[in-house]
Design a protein around this ligand. Structure first.
Ligand SMILES: [Fe+2]
Length: 388
């Protein structure tokens, strides 16, 4: 199934299971790497937590807090307590593991580029047959990637259409039978849209899965954006009169309704998404030691350049310049930059040497390309780091 077919047929509509080769995700998060993440980061509750039968275990029972002589409180895992809890059937959860694993972050960024939303990846590891979470629904879409082992899943129909995190009422629990039951094995993927009830039970063998959580834009986001735009019109900034006659109040309201309708009528969904994408925040990665380079600095060509804007660019061109919006700003470049920007956006990470080649095609010396890259770096459009 192509990405386009999946997005048109299933995205935001219905769950979908995809089988895969058992080994295809094993390098994404080897068991040893998960242990290393726990060792190298001072993870505190709730970033790291233990859950059992739908409840979080009190963190004091596996995290000890040491206070340094300068008063800083440091969480430390009590290994014997952690082992005891995991032996007792607890589920180990690590939130936002994409921020601690380069391989997961890179996959995450590729997905973000296609889906147009920030994605957070959480890791879930279990050893026994106990359920970590009871049957629940999530307020965002999830893509479940089974890395090691297996888990038995059940999915139920939503009991409220498109329930939200901030909603006026909660969906009632499902009474009907599940619409899908199955065992997700290593290499398999399961997509569950927002609002579909589900639960997962380990089968007694070590299991590790990742969930890619995606919060899609809704009509509420569109209307909030639309209302913000109304601030440009003085009619909406003006006080509503509490003390004028009924007729004067009605006249004012009629003007507001008409002006809002006129504004709404010219808006298209793409206007909202173009603006939303142009404001998308990138993942922070300081370019060390390059961050303080001056414009006369030169690259030797082996450095790696990373394109920062997280969304697809919409580039306009005239006879001399190209224009786009990204990172909340408007950008203008000479048309000579076109091929370099195209390569940066397409590959996202590439050696400076490749950009020297693109520059040469339009008559730019390596020193000019270096100066251009320093300008991009100083403006936050690229990261630069040494090849490893
Ligand atoms: Fe869930």
């Amino acid at each position: 199934m192509s990405t386009q077919e999946f997005l048109e047929t299933y995205w935001s509509k219905s769950p979908r299971y995809f089988g895969g080769e058992p080994t295809r995700f094993q390098d994404l998060l080897p068991w040893g790497r998960l242990g290393q993440i726990l060792q190298e980061n001072r993870l505190d509750y709730p970033r790291m937590r233990l859950s059992k039968k739908g409840k979080d275990i009190p963190q004091e029972t596996y995290l000890k807090y040491e206070t340094t002589r300068r008063g800083t409180r440091i969480p430390q895992i009590s290994l014997s307590d952690l082992n005891a809890h995991l032996n007792d059937g607890c589920l180990l959860v690590v939130d936002a593991i994409d921020e601690m694993s380069p391989s997961i972050r890179m996959l995450c960024e590729k997905c973000e580029f296609v889906l147009g939303e920030h994605i957070q990846v959480n890791a879930y590891a279990g050893w026994k047959k106990t359920q970590g979470f009871s049957t629940h629904w999530d307020d965002h879409d999830v893509i479940i990637v089974q890395v090691h082992g297996e888990k038995a899943w059940r999915i139920f129909q939503p009991t409220r259409d498109f329930p939200m995190y901030l909603d006026v009422e909660n969906p009632p629990p499902p009474l009907a039978q599940p619409v899908w039951c199955g065992t997700i094995k290593a290499g398999d993927v399961l997509y569950i849209p927002r609002g579909w009830w589900h639960d997962a039970t380990p089968t007694g063998k070590p299991t590790l899965h990742l969930t890619f959580g995606i919060t899609n834009r809704t009509g509420m986001d569109f209307m909030a954006w639309f209302c913000e735009r109304l601030r440009t019109n003085p009619l909406f900034r003006k006080d509503l009169s509490r003390f004028s006659s009924c007729e004067a109040q009605e006249n004012h309201l009629s003007l507001l309704k008409q002006a809002a309708f006129n504004e709404l009528n010219i808006l298209r969904t793409r206007h909202f998404f173009n603006d939303y994408d142009a404001r998308a925040k990138p993942r922070v990665r300081p370019s060390l030691p390059w961050i303080v380079l001056q414009s006369e600095a030169k690259f030797d060509g082996h450095e790696i350049v990373e394109w920062v804007p997280p969304r697809r660019l919409r580039i306009d061109r005239d006879d001399v310049s190209l224009y786009f919006h990204a990172l909340g700003k408007s950008w203008e470049f000479s048309l000579k930059a076109d091929a370099m920007l195209d390569a940066l956006e397409k590959h996202r990470r590439l050696p400076v040497m490749a950009l020297f080649g693109k520059g040469m095609e339009v008559g730019l010396e390596n020193a000019q390309v270096s100066a251009f890259l320093i300008e991009l770096l100083n403006n936050g459009l690229i990261n630069v780091y040494d090849a490893i």
